[in-house]
Design a protein. Structure first.
Length: 249
């Protein structure tokens, strides 16, 4: 199940609402403050037990509309908070790879300055693009290849020059792609690591997950396996230096 919540322009998934409630209840100083009211903006999956919609990421455009990739259908959904209803505005079609049908399973999303939407597609080892003028509920746009060689493609962020950085999941690589797309180049390497979860069986190996760039051009990488955040200086050639451990819990 994935729901969007709203209240004073706060949009968060249901699991974070639970975590936030537990945190607030444990802090005496915060108990004295009244936080924003939280309500359901839209339920993308009313038949939640059937997992008919699976969404991992979310982003917004300049008009404040929200975009989400459905990993079940490959559809790109748009939600306008003013009239909250999910509509399909684009899609990432399945492909035949080595004689088998492979679903796109889209994950990370990012807009460039021109308003085009980019989608990370790990099963294809690609980043695909839907032009901004093709994000249309009347005739949903079909995503086309923008960058190749992005194994494990997950999180994405653009810098001010229009370069795209794409996290590679368990590989620990963050890829660099120029404004014109094409073959991706490895820009950063986070050392691989695997953590065994408390059940004693499940393995967590995603060391390059979410990515962000600050106003000075430094790249930040969320390392889920270690529970850490890395900071990386990026050179003028788009290549990163040695990752610096910024925080870990």
């Amino acid at each position: 199940m994935f729901r969007l919540f709203h209240g004073e322009e706060v949009y968060i998934p249901v699991v974070l609402v639970v975590a936030l409630a537990l945190f607030i209840s444990s802090c005496a100083t915060m108990q004295e403050r009244s936080g924003p009211a939280v309500s359901i903006l839209v339920d993308l999956d009313p038949a939640s037990a059937d997992r008919t919609v699976i969404v991992e990421s979310i982003t917004g455009d300049k008009e404040g509309r929200l975009y989400l990739p459905d990993r079940v259908t490959g559809n790109i959904l748009r939600v306008d908070p003013k009239t909250p209803k999910a509509v399909v505005v684009g899609r990432v079609d399945a492909r035949e790879i080595k004689g088998k049908k492979v679903n796109a399973d889209p994950s990370g999303l990012a807009f460039n300055a021109q308003g085009d939407l980019f989608i990370a597609v790990a099963p294809f080892s690609e980043v695909v693009r839907i032009r901004g003028n093709e994000l249309n509920p009347s005739k949903p746009g079909s995503a086309q290849t923008f960058a190749t060689g992005t194994t494990g493609a997950n999180g994405m962020v653009f810098d001010r020059q229009g370069n795209l950085y794409v996290s590679g999941g368990a590989s620990g690589i963050v890829y660099h792609v120029g404004p014109s797309g094409g073959a991706a180049q490895a820009a950063v390497q986070i050392e691989k690591y695997t953590r065994t979860l408390p059940d004693g069986k499940t393995q967590q190996a995603i060391v390059a997950n979410g990515v962000e760039i600050d106003s000075k051009g430094a790249l930040y990488v969320a390392d889920t396996a270690r529970g850490a955040v890395w900071k990386v200086a990026i050179g003028s050639d788009g290549k990163g230096g040695k990752p610096e451990l910024l925080a870990q819990s």
